[in-house]
Design a protein around this ligand. Structure first.
Ligand code: PLP
Length: 479
């Protein structure tokens, strides 16, 4: 038996490479990461390829391993070449991605040390870091001391957690489902609908509140809807406001919505996944007024704080409600809400075992301080405003509403032919060109191109490049 164990051990030990082997792997990875970063500015934001990484299919997982260099080459050619490069500043579509360098170092450390940030007693330091970040965000949004929250994998899960908390707090039962009403605009992010579905609330009445011409919720119309629904015997339940819609960056009138929610005892949720961190800027602070009165807020550090994908957050005005909705007592894990020094993330979300997400956020914030984050967010706002002016100087382009944040819509109106088809084709041609990456949207039947500035790598030179591309690709269409 000893012989058997020793034999297995000798193979299993491959999982623990020695210092020399670690250095060899690490250097290969760091070399590649450095060359990736060196080339990011000159490289394409989108690369159309025939193969779409199909070579990966020839490398199934097998009994024997392969060399690190062979694997890096595979990744470079098949993963990092075809399609979109979300780490590129030229990614000015959808909501751009981030990837600030020290976040990767935070992940590296968190993965090496594998601290467990789910339960306070297991790793008090890791949980403290996550709770410090949550408290920082709660203060940023003007939430009271009793507020709490959770670091999630992204905005979608954060929205789900908020909706489940609202559902349980309001004690909605199956018999109420066909009477309870959720209010939002047509511009609310589709993941909130997904959350409603996953939370088992799809049978609720989902009311679409009219918008003003800037695509913001019409607060007066909301009040009228609620009044009518009450008269009809329905149960107004939840308002899902947006602080920065994905399509146009519209911020709903949060102050007015909060007054209506309070008067009618509705849960006020604000999806600020895209726009939330703009609260750090003087430019936007004013429009965010009222967000401090929300019952729950969703924000995405992997958007507004430029982290790599995998970082969202939910903040709840009263941490107890978050706890009540997500806490499950297990006999091997005993604690209670009142007598703990720090709340445990595992009691505040569906997750038990989870990655130590805090470090990838804490490390960059501590290293850089807040100032460069704030400046980068301001820069994005001004770049969008700059584009709004500049695109109108190119023949044939018209714009949507003045940008509230760093997203705006515009389109090309050709002299001949159908505008919608032209703009879809233009977006495709921009993609084939690859110097920048843009996306489109449809609003009331009209196709618009979006500009979404949120990558920390998007600067004035990027926006000028985008203007050049659009000018080149539309040349002649006005003739
Ligand atoms: C991105 C986004 C979401 C979804 O968040 P994920 O992090 O992609 O899951 C929700 N709402 C808004 C407004 C967003 O921009």
């Amino acid at each position: 038996m000893i012989e058997k164990i020793k034999q297995l051990e000798s193979i299993a030990l491959q999982l623990e490479p020695n210092a020399a082997k670690r250095a060899q792997m690490r250097l290969a990875v760091v070399d590649y990461a450095e060359s990736f970063l060196d080339n990011i500015e000159a490289g394409k934001a989108y690369q159309v390829t025939q193969d779409k990484g199909i070579q990966l299919l020839d490398f199934p997982v097998t009994e024997q391993g392969r060399s690190i260099q062979q694997l890096i080459d595979l990744i470079e050619y098949n993963v990092d070449r075809p399609g979109l490069n979300p780490a590129s500043g030229g990614h000015i579509a959808y909501i751009p991605g981030g990837g600030i360098y020290p976040a990767a170092l935070g992940d590296y450390l968190a993965d090496i040390t594998n601290r467990y940030a789910g339960v306070f007693y297991a790793n008090p330091g890791a949980v403290r870091i996550e709770n410090i970040l949550i408290r920082w965000m709660c203060e940023l949004f003007g939430f009271p001391k009793k507020a709490g929250g959770n670091l999630t994998s992204g905005g979608s899960i954060a929205n789900l957690i908020a909706i489940v908390t609202a559902r349980d707090y309001k004690k909605l039962k199956a018999r109420d489902f066909e009477k309870a009403v959720i209010y939002s605009t047509k511009q609310v992010h589709h993941c909130t609908k997904k959350s409603i579905k996953i939370a088992g609330l799809y049978d609720l009445v989902q009311r679409e509140v009219p918008m003003d011409k800037h695509f913001r919720m019409d607060a007066q119309a909301l009040a009228t809807c609620i009044k009518k629904d009450k008269e009809d015997g329905l149960i107004p339940f939840l308002v899902m406001a947006s602080a920065g819609t994905t399509d146009t960056g519209a911020i709903d009138p949060l102050e007015a919505i909060s007054t209506i929610c309070k008067a009618n005892e509705l849960w006020m949720h604000v999806d600020a996944a895209y726009g939330g961190f703009f609260i750090l800027t003087d430019e936007i602070k004013e429009q965010m007024k009222g967000i401090e009165k929300a019952d729950s807020i969703v924000i995405d550090p992997h958007k507004g704080l430029f982290l790599p994908y995998g970082s969202g957050a939910v903040l709840v005005r009263d941490a107890k409600l978050l706890y009540d909705a997500h806490h499950m007592q297990a006999n091997y894990m005993q604690d209670s809400f009142d007598d703990v020094e720090e709340l445990s993330p595992a009691d505040l979300s569906p997750e038990l075992t989870k990655p130590f997400r805090g470090l990838r956020l804490w490390l960059p914030l501590q290293l850089f301080g807040i100032a460069p984050f704030r400046a980068a967010l301001q820069e994005k706002i001004w770049l969008c405003r700059y584009f709004y002016e500049a695109i109108q100087q190119i023949d044939g382009f018209e714009v949507g509403p003045y940008p509230e944040l760093s997203v705006m819509i515009y389109r090309y109106v050709p002299k001949v032919g159908e505008a919608n088809a032209y703009n879809l084709d233009l977006v495709n041609r921009v993609k084939e060109d690859g110097r920048v990456f843009l996306s489109s949207t449809t609003i009331d039947g009209t196709i618009y191109i979006r500009l979404a500035v949120l990558s920390f790598r998007t600067h004035l030179s990027t926006i000028n490049r985008c203007l050049d591309v659009l000018k080149e690709l539309t040349q002649g269409a006005q003739a």
